[in-house]
Design a protein around this ligand. Structure first.
Ligand code: NAP
Length: 247
């Protein structure tokens, strides 16, 4: 198994361990969300090379659910494992786990008012189930991509390829529930950074790790920032596979 980046799963969670739904936009969670973004910037300053999100979160956060316009694009570049030339190696990445190639990116760099996200280079991680024209669409937008897995994304392989190509030693995993669960089951969550919001979520909201298996973590720190508890845990047995950790 090759080296991969150290993965810190950084999330706002309700008191009952949920991470999706209305509680996030409720005023009661405003301070927790503010702390979340402060910590995101802090992790980036300490050396995290960017963040990873699932397709749904990327759409909600950055593209407004726009779908890619594929007409006029050819399908002859799909077999290429990596489409990434050195000019894309900006050291700061927004990694989109998008197995079917559904995210309608307009630009290769994230535009966001938060400097913790603004200017990060989009990288699309696809599976073989993506529309064969999608890579050509990405190339037209100047977005690097690679394929890791046939029907679904092989999380471990994807992380190894990211490390190989970008040298990113640490990345933040920032949801949502489904992608977090995939990383946990693949043994690729090395650290947890949980910002606790003072709310109980609705019954249908999803947990921190969807489809989790039994996993244990060791407490590193428990602090309050303002009135917001922040819990950090590490999974010790995952350390050997990782390239680096934050100081
Ligand atoms: N509390 C927080 O801090 C926080 C942070 C971020 C997001 N969120 C919330 O999380 C919600 C979205 O979470 P979510 O769990 O519904 O979706 P998600 O985890 O953001 O995205 C799930 C999608 O990712 C794709 N995917 C990528 N790799 C995969 C793999 N190996 N296996 C399976 N699917 C893979 C699939 O797309 P396809 O369906 O196209 O196959 C899947 O449906 C948002 O509403 C947002 O508000 C909360």
């Amino acid at each position: 198994m090759g080296k991969r980046p150290h993965i810190i799963c950084h999330m706002v969670a309700s008191l009952d361990g949920k991470v999706t739904g209305k509680f996030l936009s409720s005023p009661i969670s405003a301070e927790a969300c503010e702390v979340y973004y402060i910590l995101n910037r802090r992790y980036r300053e300490e050396g995290a090379s960017g963040f990873i999100c699932g397709r749904v979160t990327m759409e909600e956060s950055f593209t407004g659910g726009k779908t890619p316009e594929l007409s006029g694009h050819c399908d002859d570049s799909f077999e290429r494992e990596w489409h990434m030339t050195p000019e894309y190696l900006k050291g700061s990445y927004a990694v989109s786990f998008d197995p079917k190639g559904r995210v309608g990116w307009e630009s290769a760099l994230i535009e966001d008012e938060d400097p913790g996200y603004d200017g990060t280079q989009v990288i699309e991680v696809l599976s073989g189930a993506a529309d064969k024209r999608y890579p050509s669409y990405l190339e037209s937008k100047g977005i690097p991509y690679f394929v890791a897995g046939d029907e679904r994304i092989d999380v471990s392989r994807a992380l190894e390829l990211i490390y190989e190509r970008t040298g990113a030693e640490c990345l933040l995993l920032e949801g949502g529930s489904i992608i977090n669960g995939e990383f946990l089951r693949a043994g690729c969550v090395d650290e947890l950074s949980i910002v606790v919001a003072p709310a109980v979520a609705d019954k249908d909201d999803k947990p921190l790790f969807f489809g989790a298996n039994l996993s244990s973590f060791e407490l590193v720190s428990a602090e309050c920032i303002g009135s917001v508890p922040v819990l950090r845990y590490i999974k010790k047995d995952a350390r050997d596979a990782c390239a680096g950790e934050l100081s």
